[in-house]
Ligand binder design. Structure first.
Ligand code: ZN
Length: 306
């Protein structure tokens, strides 16, 4: 735990190299088009962009960015874009091929560029992409988004910086609130068990021990030894609740909860925000919703062991 490595993500800011006049479709728009990969990045980019820039998200709400299968419309959208915003830290393995299908290289910015990345404990040398669950990291995301927006619309700089400053204030308030919430839990209840290991940055930042059925990517199948270890941990520490995720199949974790005698404490947003209208329908809201769900369920008495 806590092993950090600073990874300099390659900011692939490459010059547009579209052949012929295929960029002409873009000129029909009166605003620049920015394409963002995950729903989290899309939400924040929209907050900062206002209506000066059209922001289009690739991932659907509730989609899993580790195993996303691009659709033909994605390549078309990227081909017409002025900029692509991605998380980076090896989250979007499918993007490079998609960009190739889009017929040329687009300018791209990894919004996690500059984050002090945690290392994947199972695959050494690979970064853990879920940097968004340390709310302080989002200052870096916001700055990178502003950098990208200014590139495609230099006249909007003042507006973007102003909106970014306002958003950062909300981030700081949220960060403080999360700390206060976690402190209301007894220390031995600060354990978060989830389907996949998306919450290590959260754990590091807010003093919560995190355990997951799957590693940091949902691509790999859970190992039997990990299942056994989780059941044992839940029993040993009489953990009242474990948490499924909106973007991951819950079946296996539900089985574990039954076997170990724990409740499903709720559904957390891990790699996607929630639907519009839901409290979790924005980045700020999803963090708030997750923390409240976690803290409330962990305050409940454990199910009495059979
Ligand atoms: Zn994930």
């Amino acid at each position: 735990m806590g092993k950090k490595l600073t990874i300099l993500i390659i900011s692939f800011i490459t010059t547009i190299a579209l052949i012929g006049c295929s960029g002409s479709e873009g000129s029909e728009r009166d605003r620049p088009l920015v394409v963002a990969t995950t729903t989290i990045i899309t939400d924040i980019a929209e907050e900062i962009a206002g209506d000066r820039v059209e922001v289009h998200g690739i991932m659907p709400i509730g989609g899993d960015p580790h195993i996303y299968q691009p659709v033909p419309g994605d390549a078309r959208m990227i081909a017409q874009s002025d900029l692509v915003l991605l998380n980076g830290l090896q989250l979007e393995g499918w993007l490079s091929e998609l960009a190739r299908h889009a017929g040329g290289t687009r300018p791209m910015i990894s919004v996690a560029d500059g984050v002090s990345a945690l290392e994947d404990e199972e695959r050494h040398g690979e970064p853990d992409p879920h940097a968004w669950f340390d709310v302080r990291n989002m200052h870096i995301y916001v700055d990178n988004i502003v950098r990208g927006l200014v590139k495609v619309d230099p006249d909007g700089e003042e507006e973007y910086v102003q909106r970014a400053d306002e958003y950062k204030k909300k981030l700081d308030e949220l960060d403080t609130w999360v700390r206060e919430q976690i402190e209301t839990l007894p220390e031995d209840r600060r354990i978060l068990i989830t389907s996949h290991d998306a919450f290590r940055y959260f754990g590091e930042a807010y003093g919560v021990k995190v355990m997951a059925l799957q590693g940091i990517s949902t691509e790999a199948q859970p190992q039997t030894k990990d299942v056994i270890k989780l059941v044992q941990t839940i029993r040993e520490h009489t953990i009242p609740a474990v948490f499924i995720e909106t973007s991951v199949n819950p079946r296996m974790l539900e089985q574990i909860a039954r076997d170990a005698g724990a409740r499903i404490g709720g559904e957390l947003f891990s790699d996607s925000i929630g639907a519009p209208g839901h409290e979790g329908g924005s980045y700020l809201g999803m963090v708030r919703y997750n923390v409240r769900t976690f803290v409330e369920a962990m305050k409940e008495d454990p199910i009495t062991q059979k």
